[in-house]
Design a protein around this ligand. Structure first.
Ligand code: FMN
Length: 303
């Protein structure tokens, strides 16, 4: 089965993309993920200055997914410029992910990474557990989304993807604000929450930051609904992320309206070759159901 697709003019061998924050911390790990079948990869989010992130523990698995409060640990633009060189040689598109505390910081990060060979820039406005960024800084409103997207597109010719939060009340309105401001695609969604897990023996929250973002299977129905709402609100493509573990999950996300699929937590559950596994499960389902391409699948649940 041919799973080739395109996203904002970028050719992908398949629509299964590594989500930001999972493995995308070095060129060699990106290469390994591509070798394991990802159609494109996203780097861990980069801020202007290096950040240490939250105290350990930063990630915990529970019975329905993962919860993390990594707190955007990253090497800053200076470290990223050293790490992410020669990206065209990796054999699949690499997407940058940039963060800032305000529009002018976003601009500076976009400008600083401008010389690298990224194929697109993703801007998460949706992290639920890092003070100063994302939902804790109110970046998930239509107004802030518009302001930040305008600032970033002034500084880059690359397609800009806007990553939204599942806790946003009217996610379709935020997606529309991003589209109106010039975004090329919507990435939906980031982790949900924040949530909390308490160790009853220690009588305290498990994560160092106490609370964190929920991902994996617990997030999937919310992510599917978010993508469904966004598909009804915008014309630009959607990258659907949240609890995608199998090929059937990926097809479900496409039926909600996603053109491509992001995979994060599933790497923990199914291993690094989860990208190949999801692709072969998608192919199998498509073969059994008489589909030769994604036409007829994307948005199919909208009746
Ligand atoms: C450990 C961890 C770190 C993450 N770091 C980032 C990040 O730096 N930037 C970002 O946009 N999303 C980050 N995310 C969110 C994921 O990209 C993704 O949106 C979310 O996990 C839902 O997808 P999943 O259920 O497939 O994991 C992180 C998620 C996890 C589990």
């Amino acid at each position: 089965m041919n799973l080739e697709t395109s996203l904002c003019g970028i050719k992908l061998a398949n629509p299964v993309i590594l989500a930001s924050g999972i493995l995308g911390v070095s060129r060699s790990l990106l290469s390994e993920v591509i070798r394991n079948g990802a159609g494109a990869v996203t780097i861990k989010s980069i801020s202007l200055e290096a950040r240490e992130g939250h105290k350990n523990p930063t990630v915990i698995a529970f019975d329905a997914g993962l919860m993390n409060a990594v707190g955007y640990s990253n090497p800053g633009t200076a470290g990223a410029k050293k790490e992410f060189t020669g990206l065209k040689g990796l054999g699949a598109p690499v997407f940058a992910s940039i963060i800032g505390q305000d529009a002018s910081e976003f601009e500076k990060v976009a400008e600083a990474l401008g010389g690298l060979e990224f194929s697109a820039i993703e801007i998460p406005l949706s992290c639920p557990h890092t003070p100063g960024f994302g939902t804790l800084a109110g970046q998930d409103t239509p107004e802030k989304t518009h302001e930040i997207v305008r600032a970033v597109i002034k500084k880059t010719k690359l397609p800009v993807f806007v990553k939204l939060s599942p806790i946003t009340r009217n996610i379709g309105d935020v997606a529309r604000a991003a589209e109106k401001a010039g975004a090329s695609a919507i990435t939906a969604v980031n982790t949900m929450g924040p949530g909390m897990i308490i160790n009853i023996d220690a009588k305290k929250p498990v994560l160092g930051f106490r609370m964190g973002g929920v991902s994996g299977p617990a997030l999937k129905p919310v992510a599917i609904r978010c993508v469904y709402d966004i598909y009804e609100s915008v014309k630009i493509p959607i990258i659907g992320i949240g609890g995608i573990m199998t090929g059937r999950d990926a097809i479900e996300m496409m039926m909600a309206g996603a053109k491509a699929i992001g995979v994060g937590s599933a790497v923990h559950y199914r291993g690094m070759d989860v990208f190949k596994k999801i692709c072969s499960e998608m192919s199998e389902w498509m073969y059994e159901n008489g589909y030769e391409s994604f036409d007829g699948i994307i948005g199919a649940a909208h009746g």
